[in-house]
Design a protein around this ligand. Structure first.
Ligand SMILES: [Fe+2]
Length: 156
């Protein structure tokens, strides 16, 4: 794979990392009262974890001779906690798909692949933690948010 192609793909991942960090941060700043203090702290920790990924991606991009993007999509989704979790899961899944592809693309660079594989493992863990808090996935499109969701205490 050409470095330019990989740099472009890593910049797309970087955009997603910015988006998911902003998504969680938006909900920390606009908490509606349905979130527990533990949930808000968990979301703050998630912001830090996603920004650490953004930092790692930017360093990889520079090491490959590229320039890290500052482009960041606006966070989308409703204000309800169930919406937050559903959108967060969708973003985590997009990051997982991206890092799976990036690991394949970096197959000939073991050091780069190792960094990406670690980030992939972390995103899989994040997604599993959020998914565990959601109602059954088939219900998400049609069901109203549950009256009460457990706090995000399992999210690290
Ligand atoms: Fe991330």
């Amino acid at each position: 794979m050409q470095d330019a192609e990989l740099i472009a793909a890593l910049n797309a991942d970087l955009c997603r990392e910015y988006e998911i960090a902003a998504h969680y941060l938006y909900h920390v700043y606009s908490a509606t009262g349905q979130e527990s203090a533990a949930c808000l702290e968990a979301l703050r920790a998630r912001v830090a974890a996603e920004m650490a990924h953004a930092d790692q991606l930017a360093r990889l991009i520079v090491a490959l001779g590229g320039r890290p993007t500052l482009r960041s999509p606006r966070p989308a989704g409703g204000d309800a906690l169930a919406d937050l979790l559903a959108r967060g899961l969708a973003l985590e899944e997009a990051l997982i798909a991206g890092y799976e592809e990036r690991c394949r693309q970096a197959a000939e660079d073991p050091a780069l692949r190792a960094v990406l594989a670690r980030m992939l493992d972390e995103e899989r863990r994040h997604a599993a933690e959020i998914e565990a808090l959601l109602p059954s996935r088939g219900d998400l499109a049609s069901a109203a948010p549950p009256a009460e969701l457990p706090p995000l205490t399992a999210v690290a």
